[in-house]
Design a protein around this ligand. Structure first.
Ligand SMILES: [Zn+2]
Length: 271
């Protein structure tokens, strides 16, 4: 298998994967979405809430606030040695919020949440939690835990994880009518037409919609759109809780682990 990085930054990873197949790519995609763990607030103890929002709505908003995750320092509650429903320092992080609108109406942002571990803090300081009117108060203690996206979307480390076939476009070898209908209809502006000749401007943008072939007045169209069977473009966009390359690494680790478990089960059944 060969991997080529197209784009990589704090939240986005775009790679070309060659010599792979659909089941593998789909397994990785689903593992990244539903199985790679990350931190999220699971329990909230309200100490004071004189705002107009109910406790449950505030707790829900806090749960969906992405938290930076340290996968190496914490255990999943179900795998933690403590086996306690309440959790221990190895499987739980305590965060507090104490906000009051003294001067007048104001918005409370995620940046005001104080964590006992400076590594486990909201990804962004700018997530609005609640708007408080003058003299309203919100005081709470929240407990964050590792969890998986299959149980709740708040534990999904990616906002997007998708793959597509690697496109293969063969423009007509000869000059055509040069009507440029194929280039005009393409939403991604993949093709250009110059001097009655069709050319590929941005191959990787093609999502194989075939609109260009249908728009061509010549039937059958001399323009050929195909895809490579064993090459894919994989795009992982992290919510910021984990670097996208770490999400991919964890997904591959989980795939290996699940296959090992499957093999053990087969062996146990045979013996
Ligand atoms: Zn524990």
């Amino acid at each position: 298998m060969k991997i080529e990085i197209l784009e990589k930054n704090d939240t986005n990873l775009r790679i070309i994967v060659r010599d792979a197949d659909v089941p593998l790519m789909n397994a990785l995609r689903r593992l990244a979405l539903a199985e790679v763990p990350c931190m999220a607030i699971e329990e909230v103890v309200m100490i004071e809430n004189s705002s107009i929002l109910q406790d449950e709505i505030i707790a829900h908003r806090l749960g969906l606030t992405p938290l930076k995750t340290d996968l190496d320092a914490y255990n999943l509650p179900e795998e933690c040695e403590c086996q306690s429903e309440f959790g221990c320092p190895q499987c739980r992080v305590t965060l507090t919020l104490d906000a009051e609108a003294k001067e007048g109406t104001r918005t409370v942002y995620s940046g005001e949440i104080i964590s006992e571990n400076p590594e486990i803090v909201p990804v962004s300081d700018k997530v609005p939690i609640i708007k408080l009117a003058k003299n309203q108060k919100l005081k709470l203690e929240a407990y964050a835990r590792l969890g998986r996206g299959k149980n709740h979307a708040k534990w999904q480390p990616v906002s997007m994880c998708a793959y597509k076939y690697y496109p293969k476009i063969t423009p007509p070898a000869e000059k055509c009518e040069g009507c440029s209908k194929c280039a005009d209809i393409c939403p991604k502006k993949v093709l250009t037409v110059k001097d009655d000749k069709v050319d590929v401007r941005d191959l990787l943008a093609c999502n194989l919609c075939m609109d260009c072939v249908e728009a061509c007045p010549q039937k059958p169209s001399p323009l050929k759109i195909e895809w490579e069977k064993n090459a894919f473009i994989l795009n992982i966009e992290s919510t910021g809780v984990l670097p996208p390359e770490r999400v991919l690494k964890e997904a591959t680790k989980l795939l290996g682990k699940q296959l090992n478990e499957f093999e053990e089960q087969i062996k146990a059944e045979q013996s």
